[in-house]
Design a protein around this ligand. Structure first.
Ligand code: 6R9
Length: 650
């Protein structure tokens, strides 16, 4: 990037925390000063949230950067911390998971239930020859057994690699091969969009390509017929027949806990490696601090899939280490109707909701009547993760879901960071719609220019992390050099996150999307996020994706793909008029330099399974190229619709 990002969007709205919440908050403003005074002492204190079999000798070893070691000499068991210690403290009967299947079937699992199942799964895996250090692939729908499978691996020191249920044979087999996994844990299928969606056939094809796989463990969820081979074992015949007694052994703080592959937009996916003590410390602390979790009274719901890092840290390890009661939902948000999520919040009395901007914008598109039909008064903290949240989507979330008084925590982090890094604290921060605000206590984030110099307030550039943090990735599985090249070579001594960001005049942080997506228009760097947010601020727009397409005069020109809100008329002339109005609206909001050359009205946008817009594919469309790799798309038919629309608009 030759110059820093144009700093276009202005925002003056502020929302103070509700007084009662601030008063009773788990974490108050003094945490920042405490962490600034002695960062390592601060993290050592947070590590005391966990039960250690052996306390550490040294908090951080950074003698061989960028290879960090946290809590050296300490030993602990992750599953013990998530389950056994709560049962031992008399909380065995507390509900851990209120699970709801898409067809409407429900299960309630207490901590004691989850503990027993995990012990059984640990015994079954041991019987199948899985030991500490072995890799296990998990390819599951959103059922409690997915969490149990992860915890059972953690319990015996096996390293899990969760792959999104629904990824292709190629994606699954590639990940299995990269990690040389020994076992796959899967299910016959799960329910999506009102019908069974098979998983086992994909596993069968993948396993045929993966000689390292010795056994496949299959949960029966849908009851649909499945092919059966020599390596296959039913979960209900092995796990559920195993002993419920299992003593968890402690592992080194740096023992590998899991590998999770980042979607890998062009190159080979990167196996991000996380270890034990530092990861669990930060997952647990951030869940406590950012969501203000009160385990005795809160009902927490994170709508992520277990195949995304958000599911790892904020469905499994953070909430369970904190003894939370949570909701887990199997299916899609519009099955059987568009009010399904709000029904769930209402019925379980959800107090903390953690979801993604893509979902919030989809709900905006569907209309206000769906949340209005449910009682959402139990909600007290709302979270957002995965993409920048557009200010108007933030306002919609606050008004329609958060009854105008619920703090919104916009949490920035990555698979690589393992846990939340930048976020408001709900009892402390006066939030601004669209800003992730400040690094959490103990985290040092900054925005730097091309040369790695910190930009002044009001400036834009690259987001970096200046100091190691407990839940940082330790390497890319099997490829230390790629770890160094990808994250630690762009700027001397700093972690390069790959995101653009700006500091506003108060020094608060605004995330501007991936640097690869930044557009260069007539010599100005313009972020996709700001143009998208300008579009979403128009009352007729629910969602927008913006890309830079090659242009003979301006270098790149802005092309926008826009989803109108549900009630908006876009037929014929009305559509043309709306497009003109939107181009003018962007020009008025951000300045003429940001006026899109072309706006397409579309019904859907291409997204990954975690809800991120795949701008790369839209760029292919805008530049009339054939499409690149679509294997990580959530819905592969979307691109045909968009390309057809583009051709007819030419
Ligand atoms: C947790 C997760 C990481 C990338 C990250 C950034 C984007 C995530 C965000 C956000 C703006 C937020 N991202 N949270 N951008 N504001 N609150 O999403 O991990 O799937 O690895 O993606 O997501 O671009 O670099 P992961």
């Amino acid at each position: 990037m030759s110059e820093t990002l144009a700093n276009l969007l202005q925002e003056n709205r502020r929302f103070e925390p509700p007084a009662a919440l601030a008063e009773a908050a788990n974490v108050k403003s003094d945490a920042y000063a405490e962490a600034d005074a002695d960062r390592l002492a601060f993290w050592a204190k947070q590590a005391q949230r966990l039960d250690w079999a052996q306390e550490w000798d040294q908090v951080l070893d950074w003698s061989n950067p960028p290879f960090a070691k946290w809590f050296l000499g300490g030993t602990l068991n992750v599953a013990y911390n998530c389950l056994d210690r709560h049962v031992a403290a008399g909380k065995g009967d507390k509900v851990a998971i209120h699970w709801e299947g898409e067809p409407g079937d429900t299960r309630t699992l207490t901590y004691s239930d989850l503990h027993k199942l995990t012990c059984q799964a640990a015994n079954a895996l041991t019987d199948l020859g899985v030991g500490a250090g072995d890799r296990v692939a998990i390819y599951m729908p959103m059922i409690p057994e997915a969490a149990v499978a992860m915890l059972a691996c953690a319990r015996i020191g096996a390293t899990h690699s969760v792959v999104f249920g629904g990824f292709s044979v190629d994606a699954l087999s590639g990940r299995i091969q990269d990690a040389s996994a020994k076992v796959v844990i899967t299910a016959d299928g799960g329910y999506r969009r009102g019908k069974p969606s098979a998983l086992k056939p994909t596993v069968d094809e993948a396993v045929a390509l993966c000689p390292t796989i010795e056994h496949v463990l299959v949960v029966r969820r849908t009851g649909e017929p499945v092919a059966w081979g020599d390596k296959d074992h039913w979960w209900h015949e092995t796990v559920e027949a195993a002993s419920t007694e299992h003593e968890a052994q402690p592992f080194d703080a740096e023992h590998p806990l899991f590998i999770l592959y980042t979607s890998g937009t062009t190159a080979k996916p990167k196996g991000i490696l996380h270890t034990t003590g530092g990861y669990l410390t930060q997952a647990s602390y951030t869940h406590h601090a950012v969501f203000d979790l009160k385990p005795e009274t809160d009902v927490y719901w994170c709508t992520a899939d277990i195949g995304w890092v958000t599911g790892h840290s904020y469905i499994v390890y953070g909430p369970l280490s904190n003894g939370a009661t949570q909701v887990m939902y199997e299916g899609t948000p519009d099955t059987p109707h568009k009010g399904r999520f709000w029904d769930i919040v209402d019925r379980y009395g959800v107090t903390i909701l953690y979801t993604a901007p893509t979902l919030i914008r989809t709900m905006m598109k569907w209309g206000d009547e769906f949340p209005a039909a449910a009682n959402l008064s139990s909600l007290r903290v709302l979270g957002s993760v995965g993409e920048p949240i557009n200010p108007e989507a933030w306002m919609w979330y606050r008004k329609n879901i958060g009854h105008e008084n619920t703090p919104i925590v916009d949490t920035w982090w990555q698979t690589e960071t393992g846990a939340i890094m930048i976020s408001p604290l709900p009892g402390v921060t006066a939030t601004k719609p669209g800003s992730a605000m400040r690094p959490l206590p103990g985290i040092s984030a900054d925005v730097v220019d091309d040369e790695g110099r910190s930009v002044p307030d009001g400036g834009g550039g690259f987001l970096v992390l200046r100091e190691p943090w407990p839940s940082m990735l330790r390497t890319i599985w099997g490829d230390d050099q790629r770890f160094i090249d990808t994250y630690w070579s762009r700027f001397q001594g700093m972690y390069f996150a790959g995101d653009g960001a700006k500091k506003d005049d108060d020094g608060d942080l605004w995330l501007l999307g991936r640097v690869d997506d930044v557009m260069l228009v007539s010599g100005h760097n313009i972020s996709t996020t700001e143009v998208e947010s300008a579009l979403v601020s128009h009352p007729s727009v629910a969602e927008a994706a913006v890309v830079g397409a090659t242009d003979p005069t301006t270098g790149q020109a802005i092309v926008a793909f826009t989803i109108p809100r549900g009630s908006v008329d876009t037929a014929g002339d009305a559509g043309e008029a709306l497009i003109k109005e939107l181009r003018d609206h962007v020009s008025k909001t951000l300045g003429p330099i940001a006026k899109p050359r072309q706006i397409m009205l579309v019904a859907e946008l291409p997204k990954t399974r975690s809800g991120k817009i795949m701008r790369r594919l839209l760029r292919d469309v805008a530049e009339h190229r054939s499409l690149g790799d679509v294997t990580t798309l959530q819905d592969s038919t979307v691109m045909e619709l968009i390309s057809d629309g583009m051709k007819s608009a030419k």
